[in-house]
Design a protein around this ligand. Structure first.
Ligand code: C2E
Ligand code: MG
Ligand code: MG
Length: 569
């Protein structure tokens, strides 16, 4: 008869339980009522690095990390080592070499006839590696790897705790939302490695600017958040903000070059600007945007007006998204006149938003929001497509369109895929590139000349013309004007407006005209509203004009009926 599972072999030696206790690879020990070690397993000794003779008879407290004073007589043994049954109590033990290990202790005690603990046996599991991995996971999940400061999640958590504490103790908490100015330029010009270096330095400097009790963390990208607990007055955060701006302004050495950094800071205060972390962070962020808009390197306190305008922006963004999908956008065209030949030189396409409830909305009210939110990309693509298609339709019906000018925003123009998109539109519509003119504002081109050169040259090779819009309002380098392939300068409306009354404007217009003639650039004056302005410009050899005096921007059908009535069907 074979041996079944639940039958012991008759030859099996009876286990020697003492051996089992000692030799099993598990940390086991037993102590007496006084907490002295009676027996320890081999593995216990191996892990802690002792010899058996050293430990037997010693107090267990000797080997426990938390014991207040292990060598002193009467040092207390944590109660759970003696009382009844406990499972997996986390604790730390000390190795002979002084290192700590994390353990889970399970204890079972025996009591004598008087009900007193007389023997206590423990099984111990070494979880040091597991704890290390857990701590590492925690660090990875809660700290930013570059700056080693709390990340967005931990920041929110800390803020939540600070707010709860603030509520209990009646304290104010300030949130500083910090965004580096022109960080993208560092990444683009010096490379990502330099960008990373800069972020590390900024993290360090921010920590140096605040108190130990405050939190500094990286919220994402080039955004940092500082939480100041228990500020004495609402003016305090400004002191910190100034300190931070000063510290960031110290030149940084990146890639062997000195680099001066700045940031924009938004400040929100609990409880005045919000009660929960979500609202406070959002409001501090809104204030940061305002600081940025007002010219960077500064701080702003959040205000209710900011919230209202942020909300309005948000609403515009949402309904603009909707508008793009639901055909609410349209184009109007404004003629540009060639005074020398007394004819139409071309048209500028201008976008309009026909809102189902609010009616007609002008571009100044939504283009900035579209630029900020990135909606300018689909919007700009739509405009370009619609303008090219309309021009082609006109050309096919025999109307002479020798120039269709389209405004392209910086964000759109600096996209890597801009040319690809343009190419596709020209192909789709069949509109010839030599009839297309792209208008870029002066600032778009000049501020990002390095990013734009290649695209400008490429456009020129494709025979697309290039105009600098609103010339005179931004900053131009005359060297660039000469070097790069612009065809036309558009004199900004604001100089034309007061031409007859303001001698300074007169001087500017004349200077622009002289300069463009000598650089061999064509010129067009925008915003011509009166006969007087027109005659003045004509007299100064400005041979192209655009403005209400000669023609307002109107829809495509009106262009035909007004300027090419012969082509009306
Ligand atoms: P801009 O490109 O300088 O366009 C000229 C603006 O001046 C147009 O305003 C036009 O209607 C207006 N204007 C023309 N002649 C006169 C005049 O004699 N007197 C006055 N007071 N104004 C005149 P609009 O259409 O409101 O466009 C404003 C700006 O919005 C444009 O300035 C352009 O920067 C931007 N924009 C318009 N459409 C688009 C577009 O499709 N894409 C992009 N990115 N921007 C656009
Ligand atoms: Mg324009
Ligand atoms: Mg303009």
């Amino acid at each position: 008869m074979g041996i079944t599972d639940n039958q012991l072999s008759p030859d099996a030696p009876l286990p020697n339980y003492r051996d089992l206790y000692i030799k099993t690879p598990a940390m086991l020990h037993s102590i007496d009522a006084a907490g002295r070690l009676l027996e320890v397993s081999d593995f216990w000794i191996e892990v802690l690095g002792y010899r058996r003779a050293e430990v037997l008879g010693e107090k267990l407290t000797h080997y426990l990390a938390d014991a207040s004073c292990p060598l002193e007589e009467g040092a207390s043994l944590p109660e759970f080592f003696q009382a009844g049954q406990v499972r997996d109590v986390p604790f730390q033990m000390v190795k002979k070499n002084g290192e700590f290990i994390d353990v889970l202790v399970s204890v079972s005690s025996e009591k004598n006839s008087r009900g007193e603990v007389c023997l206590s046996m423990a099984g111990i599991i070494d979880v040091t590696e597991r704890r290390k991995a857990e701590r590492e996971n925690y660090r990875l999940a809660h700290f930013d790897h570059l700056t080693n400061t709390p990340n967005r999640f931990l920041l929110r958590d800390r803020l939540k705790q600070n707010l709860a504490q603030g509520a209990r103790e009646g304290q104010r908490v300030a949130i500083l939302f910090i965004d580096l100015d022109r960080f993208k330029a560092v990444n683009d010009t010096l490379g990502h490695h330099a960008g990373d270096q800069l972020l590390k330095i900024v993290g360090q400097r921010l920590e140096d600017c605040v108190r130990d009790m405050d939190t500094v963390g990286r919220y994402g990208g080039d955004e940092f958040v500082v939480i100041l607990y228990g500020i004495a007055s609402n003016d305090d955060p400004a002191v910190f903000a100034n300190r931070i701006l000063d510290s960031l302004a110290q030149p940084t050495r990146l890639d062997g070059k000195h680099f001066v950094n700045s940031a924009s800071i938004g400040i929100a205060i609990y409880p005045v600007d919000g009660l929960d972390e979500e609202t406070l962070l959002r409001n501090a962020d809104t204030a940061m945007y305002v600081a940025k808009e007002l010219g960077c390197n500064s701080y702003q306190y959040f205000s209710a007006e900011m919230a209202a305008s942020a909300l309005e922006k948000h609403e515009i963004e949402n309904s603009l998204r909707h508008a793009l999908k639901h055909d609410e956008l349209s184009l109007v065209y404004q003629p540009q006149f060639d005074l020398a030949h007394n004819r139409i030189a071309g048209f500028e396409a201008l976008v309009r938003w026909n809102h189902p409830v609010k009616g007609l909305i002008m571009p100044s009210q939504f283009i900035p929001v579209a630029e900020e939110t990135g909606l300018i990309l689909p919007l700009g693509e739509w405009v370009l497509h619609a303008a090219c298609r309309q021009a082609k339709i006109w050309q096919e019906s025999g109307i002479p369109i020798s120039r269709m000018a389209v405004n392209i925003s910086a964000r759109q123009f600096t996209r890597r895929d801009f040319l690809e998109m343009l190419e596709k539109i020209l192909q789709d519509t069949g509109f010839a590139p030599q009839f297309l003119e792209i208008e870029l504002t002066e600032t778009t081109v000049m501020e990002r000349i390095q990013d734009t050169i290649a695209t400008l040259i490429d456009l020129k090779l494709r025979k697309v013309s290039l105009a600098i819009d609103d010339f005179g309002t931004g900053f131009s380098s005359l060297v660039y004007l000469k070097q790069f392939p612009f065809d036309r300068i558009k004199i900004a409306q604001e100089f034309v407006r007061d031409l007859s009354t303001d001698p300074a404007d007169k001087a500017i217009v004349e200077a622009i005209l002289r300069m463009s003639h000598s650089l061999n650039l064509d010129v067009i004056a925008e915003g011509v509203e009166t006969r007087e302005q027109l005659e003045y410009l004509r007299g100064r050899n400005c041979l192209e004009v655009q403005g209400y005096y000669l023609g307002r921007p109107v829809a495509a059908q009106q262009i035909v009926s007004r300027y090419f009535p012969a082509f009306l069907h």
